[in-house]
Design a protein around this ligand. Structure first.
Ligand SMILES: O=C(O)CCC(=O)C(=O)O
Length: 286
């Protein structure tokens, strides 16, 4: 396997954490991802799928509603109120504890969206969701997390998500836009790669720096998956997102959730127009 230069991880102190949270923090710093089976019920995930399908149909019906992530594949950013289970997700004790432990007490919920690899979607290029921040390079600390929640039971032919553990620390040498590793590095990712087969109700968390890709969907079914993005203060990802909440929704939230929202609180939600992204450029339009 090619050897690569890596940043030196500085795992946060684990002494005040319960065993479950400590295990996830260690996994995030070691492998770059972790997950929990059955955090929610299959019915909860079915409601998520219904909400994703409604938001997807709405987004496809207007210019800029959905952004291409390669053949037959889209990403759509939505508002929390477009998903019935958002509060249960962000308020789940494991989600809160992991965010607090990795990103600090003032972590910020900055992104909600979903990927839909449809039938015919191809292997994506291996990638990161954004460039490695200087803080991670220099201090070995993770400054953001992405939670993924599948809306369907994943089967082999549905183009499972594939991730290359430990690559969150790879310095981006030979990475285009600091996000897309050169093809000469692919054998290393292929050797490390793990395919994930989450079922309805499962939740995973990863560093978006851990190199990953969606694989080819040769089935006749879509594999929609929710993405919840959370930052440490100053990580700088919020400016790439347009999430908002209404006053009524904001007022209905417990304080412990409100304090992690940095998005605008508005009278009326505006459908999100997706920003043109480097991923779209590199993966091609859907
Ligand atoms: O297929 C997936 O689950 C993830 C897709 C992905 O990483 C992306 O579109 O950036």
């Amino acid at each position: 396997m090619n050897t690569v230069e890596q940043a030196t991880p500085q795992t946060p102190g684990l002494e005040n954490l319960d065993a479950d949270t400590a295990a996830t923090v260690q996994a995030l710093y070691r492998e770059g991802a972790d997950g929990r089976k059955g955090l929610f019920s299959a019915e909860w995930a079915d409601r998520l799928r219904e909400d994703i399908e409604a938001a997807y149909a709405e987004a496809l019906g207007r210019p800029g509603g959905a952004v291409g992530r390669g053949t037959n594949r889209h990403y759509v950013e939505i508002h929390p109120e477009q998903m019935r289970g958002w509060l249960e997700l962000v308020d789940h004790p494991w989600v809160r504890a992991v965010c607090h432990a990795v990103l600090g007490p003032d972590y910020q919920i900055i992104e909600l969206g979903f990927d839909v690899p449809n039938p015919g979607a191809k292997d994506q290029p291996w990638h990161r969701d954004f460039a490695m921040p200087d803080e991670t390079k220099d201090t070995g600390r993770l400054t953001s997390l992405a939670f993924n929640v599948t809306a369907v039971d994943t089967e082999e032919d549905m183009g499972p998500f594939e991730i290359a553990p430990t690559t969150q620390w790879d310095l981006p040498v030979g990475f285009e836009h600091e996000m897309f590793p050169a093809e000469s590095l692919y054998p290393r990712f292929a050797e490390l790669a793990v395919r994930k087969y989450p079922k309805r109700g499962d939740v995973s968390v990863r560093s978006a720096l851990t190199v990953h890709r969606g694989t080819a969907n040769t089935s006749s079914k879509a594999r929609p998956v929710l993405v919840l993005g959370v930052d440490a203060p100053g990580a700088g990802n919020a400016e790439h997102h347009d999430m908002a909440v209404t006053h009524g929704f904001y007022d209905s939230l417990p304080d412990r959730v409100r304090q992690h929202l940095v998005c605008p609180v508005v009278d009326r939600l505006t459908p999100i127009t997706q920003k043109h992204s480097i991923e779209g450029l590199m993966m091609g339009d859907a």
